[in-house]
Design a protein around this ligand. Structure first.
Ligand SMILES: Nc1ncnc2c1ncn2[C@@H]1O[C@H](COP(=O)(O)OP(=O)(O)OP(=O)(O)O)[C@@H](O)[C@H]1O
Ligand code: SF4
Ligand SMILES: [Mg+2]
Length: 382
């Protein structure tokens, strides 16, 4: 059975020549220090070798369970964090280790939208002061003056420009997130990294903000990296999707192929927990995959494939050898020794464990109770 599966030869994915952002082998390990001497006793391997690119005008969605390194990745590519290893290129320029001064001109082109619209706005500053901050920091006076420009930005994100002198507490969560978006767009960036931009908002408001991001992308020609744990948000906004597990990308594919035929077992398990609103499938019971075991600790991730402690298809090979992220089809990269929906899928490969017939995989090293159902992942473990 699985032993007969042909392992595809390692090949580097084709590189589009015009990538806006190119990331190669990106690593971030947070050292763990203990004792009086603060000796380094280990490291949290938050991001451990990411390779991907972001093309101009596209939206790359990034999804994965809580703690898999999504925010760390976002902060690395916007250079709010210093990488431990790897390379980041923006428009062909190596920005991996640029200092604060050298990064300043680049700050205009790369902006970040944060998750929490409550804590990301200074309560003592007016909206005018908040949205105009990027101009002050960059020493730029826009044509027509700062006030006029800020009012135009407020209008662009659907806020009343007359509210220029109001304070953040006078706005609702959705409106505050719009203020955060206006601030991020002030300098007309090329790349916007949005870390969970709607997860702190009421469901009824989420769609409005997602649609606003969509409209702004068309209007301003923006490129997005959108991090979200909600697979329906990711499905709505993304052109391509990167699925992360324990600091690694396990599958990277365009939206349609990922949702129609996921190849990595982890992607398949994540998607099985999300109801797909498709009238043609009304009444059809879709198979739910129950993942057992906790997410292992990023301090001592499992050997070989990091997903092997929870994967129903795991073999000895999976425990011993790490599967590289390779191109298995056009525009499709997967890191798995026994991928799903693959031409060389062995007929005898084990079927996924459906909800109710849990596969007995080992609990995570944290030793907590096993049996995390995919519900927590569709909702992203929050
Ligand atoms: N400054 C830090 N120091 C030490 N460890 C950190 C630091 N920041 C993040 N980590 C750890 O790195 C791992 C990845 O964290 P990260 O915040 O990137 O995950 P995430 O995918 O964004 O999770 P969530 O969905 O909960 O936001 C976690 O184990 C986290 O505890
Ligand atoms: S490499 Fe093995 S353990 Fe990892 S996802 Fe693939 S089948 Fe599962
Ligand atoms: Mg996060």
């Amino acid at each position: 059975m699985s032993e007969n599966v042909k392992i595809p030869e390692q090949s580097s994915p084709p590189e589009p020549p015009d990538a806006l952002l190119k990331v190669e082998g990106l690593v971030k390990h947070f050292p763990i220090r203990k004792g009086l001497l603060r000796r380094e006793t280990g490291a949290v391997q938050a991001v451990d070798g990411l390779t991907f690119d972001v093309r101009p005008g596209e939206t790359l969605g990034v999804v994965g369970e809580s703690g898999c390194g999504k925010s760390t990745m976002g902060r690395l590519i916007t250079r709010l964090l210093e990488p431990t290893g790897g390379k980041i290129e923006f428009q062909g320029h190596d920005i991996t280790h640029l200092g604060v001064g050298a990064m300043r001109p680049l700050r205009r082109d790369v902006q970040m939208i944060f998750q929490d619209p409550y804590s990301s706005l200074n309560p003592r500053h007016t909206i005018g002061t908040i949205v105009s901050a990027p101009f002050r920091l960059q020493g730029i006076t826009p044509e027509g003056g700062v006030k006029k420009e800020v009012q135009q930005l407020l209008e662009l994100v659907g806020l009343n420009p007359e509210h220029y002198n109001r304070y953040p507490h006078e706005f609702s969560g959705g409106q505050r997130q719009r203020i955060g978006i206006a601030r991020a767009l002030a300098l007309k960036p090329k790349l916007v990294v949005a870390d969970e931009p709607v997860s702190a908002l009421d469901v009824s408001i989420q769609a409005q903000v997602v649609n606003l991001l969509d409209d702004l992308q068309d209007e301003l020609g923006l490129t997005y990296v959108i991090i979200a744990h909600d697979l329906s948000v990711i499905r709505h906004v993304s052109d391509r999707i990167a699925v992360m597990y324990l600091g690694k990308i396990v599958e990277l594919a365009d939206r349609a192929s990922l949702y129609e035929s996921p190849m990595h077992p982890y992607t398949k398990a994540l998607l099985s927990a999300v109801p797909i609103p498709d009238p043609r499938r009304r009444g059809v019971r879709s198979e739910r995959i129950l993942l057992t075991g906790d997410v292992p600790s990023p301090i001592s991730p499992p050997s070989g494939c990091r997903f092997h402690t929870r994967c129903w298809k795991a073999t000895e090979l999976c425990k011993e050898q790490e599967p590289p992220l390779i191109a298995l089809a056009a525009g499709r990269q997967v890191a798995c020794h026994h991928p799903e929906n693959a031409a060389d899928q062995a007929p005898g490969d084990p079927a996924p464990a459906s909800a109710g017939e849990a596969a007995g995989s080992a609990p995570g090293p944290s030793g907590e109770a096993a049996g995390s159902a995919p519900e927590s992942e569709g909702g992203a473990g929050k």
